[in-house]
Write a protein that binds this ligand. Structure first.
Ligand code: APR
Ligand code: PHB
Length: 414
C-alpha cells in the first residue's frame, strides 16, 4: 500500500488530520489498532474550546456539535464555601466553549471521513516504522493475521501516549519532560440531568471535585482520589457521599442517578521535544499530555494537526520542507503555554498535601485573587477559551495570538 500521509491512530488527532488533509486534496490512510466500535465508544474528556469549535464549524464537522453540544459561557469555582464565576463570554470577546464528549467528536469525524471515502483500517496494529533514515517512511502493521506495510511520503504518529511513534525517534535526538502527580481522578458518568448549566469546579479541603455534563440527561463528575486507589475501592455510596461533601453548597445539591461508568485517570504532564524526526511527525497525546484540570487535552491535539495539515499542503505543493521543519517549534510554543496553564490550574485546584496548612492557605489566597481581580480572571478566561489555532482553515487565526503588550523600553532622554 502507498499513500501521501500515513497516519497511526484514529483518535481526534488522526481523524482530524486526515479530514484537513482531504480538504487540502492530500491522500492519507489511517492505521488503527482497535475496532471501529471501540473507538466510537471510548469515553474521554469533553471540553471543546471556542477556537476548536470554530474550526469544526469551518470545516463542515460542527453541525451535530451545535445541535447537541452544551454551550458554555462561564465556569464556577467553589472554595471555602464561596461561589465564584469566570465568565469568558464577557471577559474574552463573547467566546463560547462547548461541552461535547470526545467520543461524539470521533463519531462525527469518522462519519464525515467515511462519506468522503477515507481509507481507515481498524483492528490494524502498527508494530514498526521503517525507512525513516532514507526518507521513505513505512508503517509495518498487523491486519487480519497478516503483516502488511504502508509506504508514505510523510508519517503522522497520532497514536496517543502509549503509541509506537515517539519511541522511533533515536536517543540523542529527543528530550522528555514529565511530571506525574501523586493523585488521580475518578471519572463518574451518571444517568442524571446536570445539576448546573455550567461546569462547577471545587477546590474543597477534602480534595478536588468537578461537576460537568454530557447531555441534558447525562452528568459527568470527577473526584480527586489517592493514586493507589482503584475504581473498585469506590462503591456507589462512597462516590455519592464524597461528591456531596465536596460539591454541595447551601441551597444547591448534586443530582444523583445510576452510575454508568467509573474510570480512573492519572494526572500526568509530559512533553517530547522535538515533535519531528525527519519525516515522522508526532501529534496529540503521542507528543504531549496535560492533566485534565484545564480542559486542554483534545484542543491541543487538534491544534497540532492544524499546523501539520498546512505544512503538508506546502510540502506537496512546492516540494519544500521549510514549513514541515517549523512544525515542531510552532507547536511547542503553544504546547508549553498550555503545560504551564494546566500546571498552574492543578496547583491551584487540587489538594496537594493534607499536612501542609500553609499550602492550603496559599491556594485559597490565589483562588480569591483570580476570581476577584479582573486582569487575573481575564487571563484565566483566555486560557480556558482558546487553543490559539494557527490554521489556513480559519482566515484570521494568526490573529488569535494574544496581543503582546510588553514593548521594548522607550528611551527616556532624547
Ligand atoms: N497501532 C495503531 N493504532 C494505535 C497504536 C498502534 N501501535 N497505538 C495506539 N493506537 C491508537 C489508539 O488505539 C487510539 O485510538 O491511536 C489512537 C490514539 O488516540 P488518542 O489516545 O485519543 O490520542 P489523540 O488522538 O492524540 O487525542 C488526544 O485523547 O487522551 C485524550 O485527553 C486526551 O483529549 C485528548 C485526546
Ligand atoms: C469533562 O467534562 O470531561 C471535563 C471538563 C473540564 C475539565 C476536564 C474534563 O477540565
Amino acid at each position: 500500500m502507498r499513500t501521501q500521509v500515513g497516519i497511526i491512530g484514529a483518535g481526534p488527532a488522526g481523524l482530524m488530520l486526515s479530514h484537513l488533509l482531504h480538504l487540502h486534496g492530500i491522500d492519507s490512510v489511517i492505521i488503527e489498532a482497535r475496532s471501529r466500535e471501540y473507538v466510537r465508544g471510548r469515553v474521554r474528556a469533553g471540553v471543546i474550546d471556542s477556537d476548536v469549535a470554530g474550526l469544526f464549524r469551518g470545516t463542515g464537522v460542527g453541525d451535530r456539535m451545535d445541535r447537541e453540544g452544551l454551550p458554555q459561557e462561564q465556569m464556577e469555582i467553589r472554595f471555602d464555601g464561596k461561589r465564584r464565576f469566570i465568565n469568558w463570554f464577557e471577559l474574552v470577546d463573547g467566546r463560547r466553549n462547548v461541552i461535547y464528549g470526545q467520543q461524539e467528536v470521533v463519531k462525527d469525524l469518522l462519519d464525515r471521513r467515511s462519506r468522503d471515502g477515507a481509507a481507515i483500517l481498524f483492528d490494524a496494529e502498527a508494530v514498526r516504522i521503517d525507512g525513516l533514515e532514507e526518507d521513505r517512511p513505512t508503517i509495518i502493521f498487523r491486519h487480519g493475521g497478516e503483516e502488511r506495510s504502508l509506504r508514505c511520503d510523510l508519517l503522522a504518529a497520532c497514536d496517543g501516549f502509549h503509541g509506537i511513534g515517539r519511541g522511533r525517534i533515536p536517543d540523542g535526538h529527543v528530550s522528555i519532560f514529565e511530571r506525574q502527580y501523586p493523585f488521580a481522578w475518578l471519572g463518574i458518568l451518571v444517568q442524571a440531568p446536570p445539576s448546573s448549566d455550567w461546569l462547577v469546579t471545587c477546590a474543597h479541603e477534602r480534595g478536588y471535585a468537578m461537576h460537568s455534563m454530557r447531555s441534558p440527561e447525562v452528568s459527568r463528575n470527577y473526584i480527586q482520589i489517592p493514586l493507589s486507589d482503584a475504581p473498585d475501592d469506590w462503591s456507589d455510596d462512597r462516590v455519592w457521599s464524597e461528591l456531596h461533601a465536596r460539591i454541595d453548597i447551601d441551597g444547591w445539591t448534586l443530582n444523583e442517578g445510576p452510575i454508568r461508568e467509573k474510570a480512573k485517570f492519572d494526572l500526568r504532564s509530559f512533553v517530547c521535544e522535538p515533535m519531528q524526526y525527519r519525516r515522522l511527525f508526532l501529534a496529540g497525546d503521542s507528543a504531549h499530555v496535560v492533566p485534565p484540570t484545564g480542559g486542554r487535552g483534545m484542543n491541543q491535539a487538534i491544534a497540532d494537526v492544524c499546523v501539520l495539515a498546512d505544512a503538508a499542503r506546502d510540502f506537496f505543493r512546492t516540494g519544500s520542507e521549510e514549513s514541515l521543519n517549523r512544525y515542531s517549534s510552532v507547536c511547542l510554543a503553544r504546547v508549553w503555554h498550555s503545560q504551564q496553564f494546566t500546571a498552574s490550574q492543578t496547583q491551584m485546584l487540587q489538594r496537594h498535601s493534607f499536612d501542609d496548612p500553609y499550602l492550603r492557605k496559599q491556594q485559597l489566597a490565589q483562588l480569591e485573587y483570580v476570581t476577584t481581580n479582573r486582569a487575573a480572571a481575564t487571563s484565566l478566561a483566555q486560557c480556558y477559551a482558546g487553543a490559539r489555532l494557527k490554521t489556513s482553515f480559519l482566515p484570521d487565526s494568526e490573529g488569535q495570538e494574544y496581543p503582546r503588550i510588553c514593548e521594548p523600553p522607550r528611551p527616556i532622554f532624547g
